[in-house]
Design a protein around this ligand. Structure first.
Ligand code: HSE
Length: 426
């Protein structure tokens, strides 16, 4: 039986989950995969963590050199997160001829090219299923299940923390602050929640996923990003009345105009399958030109779900001798020839507070008409003290036109405030 030695760098939540799967299912992998997988080393400074997991001290390394010089280690699993020291450790592992499996989306989104160059040079594998959408096998679906397709779009709820917050705001009418606090209490959101709530985490994932989907290097700089911090419960409630649910979506589209990649809060009709993906769950919807629509759903984070993706990479790496490298020009100059769309076309949800008097509607609708922004639906909610809250849903229009129209509308004397402008996808 083939023996496979692995090392785990970092024993946090994901490292612990990975260790648990690899050790508790050792016999299962022997029978189902014909592989005898052994954890030969863990790199962890906090010995108590190792002890709590029942790990023998003799395999706990305290520096990366011990791990990369261990000839029993074939595969190094990096689950430290962040760029450094993870990047240095991964590079050292690759340079020592070890295959690397990582869950590190930030490292991968920022340094994929360099890591892959080293992996190719050393003829070793570089696997990253766990970097995007946790336990959901989206990377392998893109690499192995969709070859017959030109992928036209990828849309997903790819951040569980923000999905939990928006679900709570939607179903319980909580404010953003209340929902964030609860997400922190449950351990979904970090003490500093910026990476999740400002959309950075989703941007890293979308850059990786859309590169694979569209066969072109999509850098994080190519991804438009907007987080959920300015979303109010009023926005969500007004959208709900019109039959829409708000989600932080990662959206990638590939058309003859170029590649369009963006992360932002988005209203979707309640009938859209992504609208029913609640709490901390993730889902990705793909459209391929042969297969049509497919959707994957599951846990995007957590010890065992992310551990599941890591272990599937370990097993894949142990069973395949020809490794996958990007099918596109994966260098920093890779995207020079790729056309990116920045003035995207979308529908919009606009909420504004205006004077409650004759002729108001014709004034702002005149401006929308001037900029060729067509109104699909409008609703007024009676207010107090001569003010009225107005919700407008537009037909698809260019973002640049919409912004110009909003600028002019804000100048109108009958407009108290434009409270929110949120994109909407069908
Ligand atoms: N913080 C991430 C999320 C975990 O909320 O989805 C995995 O990236």
């Amino acid at each position: 039986m083939k023996k496979v030695g692995v090392a785990i760098l970092g024993l946090g939540v994901v490292g612990g989950g990975t260790y648990k799967i690899l050790t508790e299912k050792k016999e299962y992998f022997k029978t189902t995969q014909g592989l005898d997988v052994t954890v030969e080393n863990v790199l962890e400074k906090n010995i108590d963590r190792a002890t709590a997991l029942g790990i023998d001290k003799s395999i706990v390394a305290t520096n990366i050199e011990e791990v990369v010089s261990n000839s029993n280690v074939d595969i190094v699993i990096e689950v430290i997160g962040g760029v450094e020291p993870a990047k240095t450790f991964v590079m050292k592992a690759l340079m020592s001829g070890k295959t690397v499996v990582t869950s590190n989306k930030e490292l991968f989104a920022k340094h994929w090219s360099e890591l892959e160059e080293e992996a190719k040079k050393m003829r070793v594998g570089l696997f990253f299923e766990a970097s995007c959408v946790g336990g959901v096998p989206i990377i392998r679906t893109l690499q192995e299940g969709m070859q017959a397709n030109k992928i036209l779009s990828i849309k997903g709820i790819i951040n569980g923390t923000t999905n939990y917050i928006l679900t709570k705001m939607s179903l319980e009418g909580s404010s953003y602050e209340e929902a964030l606090k609860e997400a922190q209490r449950l351990g979904y959101a970090e003490f500093n929640p910026t990476a999740d709530v400002e959309g950075f985490d989703a941007t890293y994932k979308l850059s990786i996923l859309s590169s694979l989907a569209f066969n072109a290097k999509v850098d994080i700089e190519n991804v438009y990003r907007e987080g959920i911090t300015s979303i109010t419960k009023e926005d969500i409630a007004c959208g709900k009345e019109l039959g829409y649910t708000l989600k932080l979506l990662g959206i990638g589209k590939n058309s003859e105009n170029g590649i369009e990649v963006r992360v932002h809060p988005t209203f979707i009709p309640n009938s859209n399958p992504l609208a029913t993906v609640n709490d901390s769950f993730n889902a990705v919807h793909l459209v391929g030109d042969s297969v049509g629509e497919i959707m994957l759903y599951g846990r995007g984070a957590g010890a065992l779900p992310t551990g599941s993706a890591i272990v599937s990479d370990v097993i894949f790496a142990a069973k395949h001798h020809e490794y996958y490298y990007a099918a596109f020009e994966n260098s920093s100059k890779g995207n020079k020839s790729t056309k990116f769309v920045s003035d995207f076309v979308s529908q919009y949800f606009i909420r504004m507070t205006v004077k409650d008097e004759a002729g108001v509607l014709s004034k702002y609708s005149g401006i929308f008409a001037k900029y060729n922004v067509s109104i699909k639906e409008a609703k007024q909610i009676a207010g107090v003290e001569g003010k009225v809250s107005t919700i407008i849903i537009t037909h698809a229009c260019k973002e640049s036109a919409l912004r110009k129209a909003i600028e002019k509308i804000e100048e109108l004397e009958i407009v108290y405030s434009v409270d929110s402008v949120i994109r909407l996808e069908d």
